[in-house]
Design a protein around this ligand. Structure first.
Ligand SMILES: Cc1cc2nc3c(=O)[nH]c(=O)nc-3n(C[C@H](O)[C@H](O)[C@H](O)COP(=O)(O)OP(=O)(O)OC[C@H]3O[C@@H](n4cnc5c(N)ncnc54)[C@H](O)[C@@H]3O)c2cc1C
Length: 497
């Protein structure tokens, strides 16, 4: 006997047909995807444990098309999820089951580069690294350098306020973007910031940067470019104890030094990357630090000397300083490839992203070691130590539901322990869907309501990337009850792989 038709599937098919009809009127046929085999590649971002097939995917090529898509979706009350390269690690670009995924992949043009003003105007789908490549002939580059820079887009960087190795000295995306142009959910053109250093009125640029695609869709971005330093050298310091390495990070900053990069990797991570890229890491060390200095040759020599002294005093067991550019790049090659290298340790990983005050680095790393025993899962650490921005990679197998559940609990424990130590639940990867529950631990009901009020001011119908970033009061109440009972709910309402 045939199974009765599923009313939800029938409703979805009707809605899909309606949305396709509306979008066919404003887009060429090749810019509109809705067949299962075409939309499946869009069902997740870098957080692959959670997936959702979108109703429709659109790939507009002009601003007029983006505007028309937004207007059509607004008229039909259809949710819209903007998407850059899909490298996000918190599920920010995960589709809405009844929504349109708006891919900005075709917006990949560097519009204008002004070497005198040291600015570049780029379309939102331009890759982060492509900006520096375009600026290189002028001796300039774009400073924020997420490890995913070969693939991630400036639109995604803006939405997540992305960071990278060099952000300790040169600032995050927020500090390197001057202007964002785009559209509201209703398709109205908007512009935040200006080509000048300051802008009249309320600082909405800071509100939009880091808003995870919930307030506006960016189409064009003006970024600052900085001169390439004359020289950069990197120290690789080994430690026989994680606590000493963590304390060394705090000691470098306390000595008044702002390195161009200050990163840390623990033993499991160095072993995995060494096997992968042969960077020359000290495999006997419990942790290694990479500390970079850049500037004129005189500045670099002086700073490398001072950093080496501080690191030795903090207990470094070995110190190597890059002798030339090739060696410097080799030191960094391991750090830059750490996430892909973790594929050698486990079929899946979940990358956490909390921040903590630098002086608590050793405490959180030791707490994570205890959690490995509690949740019976391994964890490797590689992170922006100078910023106090952790990236514990919890290793698990997504095909095993019990492992996924334990991984979620482990992740929530790290985030909430970070908050208890005076930190935050996210440093640079955003909240997305992944950290919704932990937001309840960091923010009060009143604070969440203020965030919703801001969302309503930009997007009264709540159509841009709904259900992400800000937890509802109901969700927080449920999560609170679970915590009181000594348990945790992680993502009961999310479609899983
Ligand atoms: C191996 C690896 C290493 C990484 N290293 C780092 C790192 O060092 N630092 C770091 O900060 N992050 C890092 N990330 C995370 C990720 O690359 C960044 O968050 C990046 O900014 C996402 O860019 P994307 O183009 O892939 O955006 P997507 O993943 O496509 O989207 C991310 C968010 O931005 C929104 N969005 C995208 N484009 C637009 C737009 N035009 N307008 C409005 N909203 C938009 C989406 O809706 C979503 O909420 C890493 C990821 C991987 C896989």
């Amino acid at each position: 006997m045939n199974a009765p038709p599923d009313p939800q599937l029938a409703e979805r098919a009707d809605r899909q047909a309606q949305v396709v009809r509306a979008l066919e009127a404003v887009l060429p046929a090749h810019a509109l995807l809705w067949q299962r085999e075409d939309t499946t590649p869009y069902e997740c971002d870098g957080l692959t444990a959670y997936r959702q097939r979108p109703l429709v995917v659109v790939l507009p090529e002009t601003e007029a098309q983006v505007q028309a898509v937004l207007r059509a979706c607004h008229a039909l009350d259809v949710p819209v999820v903007a998407r850059g390269a899909g490298t996000g690690l918190s599920g920010g670009a995960m589709p809405h089951a009844l929504g349109v995924t708006l891919s900005l992949a075709k917006f990949n043009r560097v519009v204008k580069l002004d070497a005198v003003a040291r600015t570049a105007v780029v379309q939102c789908g331009v890759r982060n690294l492509a900006i520096s490549e375009a600026a290189a002939p002028h001796g300039l580059y774009y400073a924020p350098d997420p490890s995913s820079q070969i693939a991630c887009t400036i639109g995604g960087n803006i939405a997540e306020n992305s960071g990278g190795v060099h952000c300790l000295k040169y600032g995050l995306t927020l500090h390197n973007v001057m202007k964002v142009r785009g559209f509201t959910a209703a398709g109205e053109p908007v512009e935040f910031g200006s080509a000048a250093l300051d802008c009249a009125g309320l600082d909405l640029l800071s509100v939009v940067i880091g808003s995870e695609g919930m307030l506006a869709v960016a189409v064009e971005v003006t970024v600052k470019l900085v001169p390439k330093p004359m020289l950069a050298r990197c120290i690789m310091a080994s430690f026989d104890d994680v606590r000493k390495a963590g304390d060394a990070v705090a000691a470098v900053i306390a000595a008044g030094i702002i390195p161009a990069g200050l990163e840390m990797m623990d033993k499991p991570m160095t072993a995995a990357v060494e096997d992968f890229v042969h960077a020359g890491y000290d495999l006997s060390a419990e942790a290694i630090l990479l500390c970079e200095s850049d500037g004129t040759p005189e500045e670099v020599e002086e700073e490398i000397g001072r950093m080496s002294e501080v690191l030795r005093a903090a207990g470094a067991t070995a110190i190597a300083v890059s002798r030339d550019e090739a060696e410097r790049l080799r030191f960094w090659s391991g750090r830059k490839n750490a996430f892909p290298a973790s594929g050698r340790m486990s079929p899946d990983y979940m990358c956490m992203d909390s921040t903590i005050p630098r002086k608590r680095l050793a405490d959180i790393l030791l707490a994570i070691q205890e959690m490995e025993k509690k949740y019976k899962l391994r964890c490797a650490n590689v992170f922006h130590a100078g910023d106090g921005n952790l990236h514990p990679l919890i290793l698990f197998d997504a095909n095993d539901p019990d492992q996924l559940h334990r991984c979620e609990l482990f992740g929530a424990d790290i985030l909430e322990t970070s908050v208890a130590m005076g930190g935050t639940v996210t440093g640079e990867h955003g909240v997305g869907v992944e950290k919704l529950n932990s937001m309840c631990v960091q923010f009060s009901a009143a604070e969440c309501e203020q965030m919703f009020a801001l969302k309503r001011a930009f997007d009264p119908k709540g159509l841009l990337n709904p259900g992400k970033v800000i937890p509802t009061l109901n969700r927080c109440a449920e999560y609170g009850k679970m915590l009181v009972r000594g348990g945790r709910i992680s993502h009961p309402d999310l479609p899983r792989f």
